[in-house]
Design a protein around this ligand. Structure first.
Ligand SMILES: C[S@@+](CC[C@H](N)C(=O)[O-])C[C@H]1O[C@@H](n2cnc3c(N)ncnc32)[C@H](O)[C@@H]1O
Length: 218
């Protein structure tokens, strides 16, 4: 699986897998997309309500969502406990070729996997190298960044079983955000028990999904 570094239209870098015609972010702007979908629609509404916000990310990838969350943790003095799963981690060389200018960025890639890394007084990162399919946790999560490749590329990650699992790790009132707004995905989330909202999407996408757990696990 050959990966390449690409520059998206807002000048921020991302990764592509040419032979599968996949990119890690919108080619119209990696940074703008991550900020819109995960930070503004997901994290910002939760700020300063909880002592510690527990975030779970499906697909650590470039670490861009993690970096933006860390920046928010520092600027808002909001404790964040961030857990991410990633099946195919980038190499340090690939991460170094990205241009998310921040002194904290390489630490996200260089810190150990499978342990809690307290990166500063506000931000703790736990990365798991494995598949979401086999993933389990005892943590109770407040916010899920669901950043898998699109359903057409990875149908096995957009199933009721996966959304059942994600629902079960969420706290009541917990939220899942994703860039995708496909009708079949919304219906699968509804079947798993989520309340599903369509909200304006990033860049060239009309809509995205914000889903919420409104009742206890049954
Ligand atoms: C759309 S990219 C997003 C990556 C990341 N959120 C970012 O901002 O760079 C999807 C990521 O999911 C990872 N991935 C693919 N299948 C996975 C699986 N079954 N379990 C965990 N991660 C997976 C890929 O390697 C890739 O890093």
């Amino acid at each position: 699986m050959k990966r390449e570094i690409i520059t998206t239209k807002d000048g921020s870098k991302s990764i592509s897998i040419p032979e599968q015609n996949l990119t890690y972010h919108s080619i119209h702007g990696a940074l703008q997309e991550s900020k819109h979908v995960f930070i503004e629609a997901g994290l910002r509404p939760l700020l300063n309500q909880l002592e510690t916000i527990h975030i779970f990310e499906m697909g650590f990838g470039t670490g861009l969502n993690t970096l933006l969350s860390l920046q928010i943790a520092i600027t808002h003095q909001q404790k964040i406990n961030y857990t991410a799963v990633e099946l195919f981690p980038l190499t340090i060389e690939e991460a170094s070729a990205l241009n998310y200018a921040d002194e904290n960025f390489m630490q996200l890639h260089q810190c150990d996997w499978e342990k809690d890394n307290e990166l500063n007084r506000y931000f703790t990162l736990h990365k798991t190298n494995g598949s979401l399919i086999n993933y389990s946790t005892n943590k109770t999560i407040h916010l899920i960044y669901f950043d898998a490749f699109a359903p057409a590329a990875q149908p096995e990650l957009w199933t009721k079983d996966i959304f059942d699992k994600l629902y079960s790790i969420l706290a009541v009132n917990g939220v899942l955000v994703t860039y995708c707004s496909k009708g079949s995905v919304r219906r699968t989330m509804l079947e798993a028990g989520f309340s599903v909202e369509k909200i304006p999407g990033a860049l060239h996408k009309r809509e995205m999904i914000r889903a919420r757990k409104t009742a206890e696990n049954s």
